[in-house]
Design a protein around this ligand. Structure first.
Ligand code: C5P
Length: 224
């Protein structure tokens, strides 16, 4: 077998949900399965890349041939990504919680006699993708790729998100409940690379990963 297209390249892939504690036994999270992240990590590894896979507690969290870095919270994910730099490629598939509980309780919250529910207050989590996208040249990976999960006005939201986050490419999909994308095997991607929007049509998450990995290989070849 000859050389592989991503031999010698390093990639960071974030995946899965994050888990934000309320108290030692309760948390806030989301339904991300990690399926798309695993497929992407495996597609890159199969092409020779050294993949650092930073994953929240997901159903799918064990891509073959990758270094697996498990985390729970968004802050832990951010620290793990920073520790995994530098990299040639960074792909942010994780469904990071936008907010965390400002002051998680040290002990399990108890029902009080009156039955009054606790009041939770939230603070914003760091945007890990935007942080990496805006690193100075030299520290920033050459190719930074984000995902957008939207429920309507897909293209408008996706274009705004690409600009706001500062990433090179954005893969947007519709995650309305009737789409079955969250947790499912299939999806439908609109691919944005700055100027152009390409509709990839319905396909499996594995096919999305293959197509993306091919495109990454072509781009990195053009850059060198
Ligand atoms: O803003 P939104 O959550 O829709 O953006 C989605 C993209 O940003 C995904 O690529 C996701 O992994 C990334 N993201 C992140 N850190 C956050 C929120 C989102 O890396 N706190």
């Amino acid at each position: 077998a000859g050389p592989l297209p991503l031999d010698g390249k390093t990639a960071i892939v974030t995946s899965g949900p994050t888990r934000e504690p309320i108290d030692p036994v309760r948390y806030i999270s989301n339904a991300s399965s990690g399926r798309q992240g695993v497929a992407i990590a495996e597609a890159l590894a199969a092409r020779g890349a050294l993949v650092k896979f930073v994953t929240g507690p997901a159903e799918h969290a064990r891509p073959k041939g990758c270094q697996i870095i498990p985390v729970e919270t968004a802050l832990e994910m951010e620290a793990a990504v920073n520790a995994a730099l530098p990299a040639d490629i960074a792909i942010f598939t994780a469904a990071v919680a936008d907010w965390r509980v400002a002051e998680p309780a040290d002990a399990k919250l108890k029902k009080d006699a009156s039955g009054t529910p606790p009041e939770l207050s939230f603070i914003a989590n760091p945007d890990i993708l935007a942080g990496v996208s805006h690193l100075p040249a030299g520290e920033r990976p050459g190719l930074v790729i984000g995902f957008a999960a939207e429920t309507g006005n897909l293209l408008t939201h996706a274009r705004n998100k690409l600009a706001r986050k500062g990433c090179d490419w954005l893969l947007a999909n519709d995650v309305s409940p009737e789409s079955g994308v969250f947790g499912g095997t299939d999806t439908e991607i609109v691919f944005l690379d700055g100027q152009d929007a390409e509709d990839w049509g319905p396909m499996s998450k594995v096919e999305v990963a293959e197509r993306l990995a091919e495109r990454i290989a072509t781009r990195l070849e053009a850059l060198t």
